[in-house]
Ligand binder design. Structure first.
Ligand SMILES: [Mg+2]
Length: 344
């Protein structure tokens, strides 16, 4: 009798260059891969675990190894199987993202239908791809920027103190529009507003998550007064946060590791469109596995920050193809990523 099998594999993704954010510098990210197998067909998913998500590798490995595999019903779709296999996982964004990716991948390959057809298409929109630059690149800025010339915009990570100076130094090597990610690094609303006013001259399109999540009042004040659009990232975890924070942000940054996967992401896009908010699909410096799962919603977003595979040096998956600064959409069935030999 056919049965569903699972393999779980923790892995450390190493950055090509250290990643400097407002809350410290990192050399890489812990991640956990899952492989589901049914009748010789494989489905893959990734749970990427940057420190701020507060889930440990052990927790996620336990969740994924604790799936109730006997409950898998091959006649049912991914969303039903998600609930059948585990209710615990629903609360853990990265584990849910990994499991849902693996189930979509499996279902899509078994039915030979592409994932967008399985989830139900919502209207596409023109999307701009961005490439990430952080203070960790400061010494090699010219080279980092020149390596990735095709991208339409640069995402500049700041929040460590000399933000405007860093944007200025990026400006020396590129005139492209910039989005500035503060990663909750600011704490004073007047200083923040002053910085935003100065950024108008610097071709900054929008600023992401200026204040810590708990500074809701300041966030609303800044949105009312800012000359530049403000997007929420850490404040926006799942669908329930989109209209809750509509007074704080002009747009949202959706990440599968926060919301739990493609179905939740599509729900968030629908709410954001209703509220007239902009949408970016972001990522957590994931491998090609997580990035390709997220790539299926890129065409429904205004901005896509899906450059993880370009930032890491030991990507254990293949499938992400960048051409002229754009991540190529998946042609055919599956999430669009396969492991390198020997990973599982
Ligand atoms: Mg961000």
């Amino acid at each position: 009798m056919s049965e569903l099998k699972v393999l779980v594999k923790p892995f450390f993704l190493e950055f090509k260059r250290p990643f400097a954010l407002s809350h410290g510098t990192r050399k890489g990210t812990n991640t956990v891969f899952i492989r589901l197998e049914y009748e010789g067909v494989y489905g893959y998913g990734e749970a990427c675990l940057p420190p701020y998500l507060k889930y440990t590798v052990e927790q996620v490995v336990d969740y994924l190894n604790g799936l109730d595999l006997k409950k898998f019903d091959p006649l049912k779709g991914t969303l039903e199987n998600l609930n059948l296999l585990s209710l615990v996982i629903d609360k853990c964004g990265p584990a849910r993202a990994a499991l849902s990716s693996a189930l979509w991948d499996l279902e899509s390959k078994r039915l030979q239908k592409n994932i967008k057809d399985l989830i139900g298409i919502i209207e596409d929109t023109p999307v701009k791809y961005c490439f990430t630059v952080s203070a960790g690149d400061a010494d090699e800025l010219e080279q980092v920027i020149s390596e990735q010339q095709g991208f339409e915009l640069l995402k500049v990570k700041v929040g460590s103190g000399s933000d405007l100076e860093f944007i200025d130094s990026v400006r020396r090597f590129s005139t492209k529009p910039v989005c500035v990610d503060v990663n909750q690094g600011w704490t004073n609303k007047l200083v923040a507003l002053d910085s935003l006013k100065r950024m108008v001259e610097m071709n900054v399109l929008f600023v992401e998550q200026p204040f810590p999540v708990n500074m809701e009042g300041e966030m609303q004040w800044l949105k009312e007064n800012s000359p530049i659009s403000i997007y929420g990232d850490e404040s926006i975890q799942g669908p329930e946060d989109v209209d809750k924070f509509a007074n704080s942000f002009h747009g949202i940054n959706i990440k599968f590791m926060k919301c739990g996967g493609i179905d939740k992401a599509v729900e968030m896009i629908k709410i954001a469109r209703k509220m007239d908010m902009g949408v970016m699909v972001g990522s957590m410096s994931e491998s090609s596995c997580g990035i390709m799962a997220s790539s299926h919603i890129a065409s429904m977003c205004q901005y896509a920050d899906l450059d993880g595979p370009l930032l890491i040096k030991n990507d254990p998956f293949k499938g992400a193809v960048y051409r002229n600064g754009k991540l190529m959409p998946v042609d055919g069935a599956g999430i669009g990523a396969e492991p390198v030999e020997g990973l599982f």
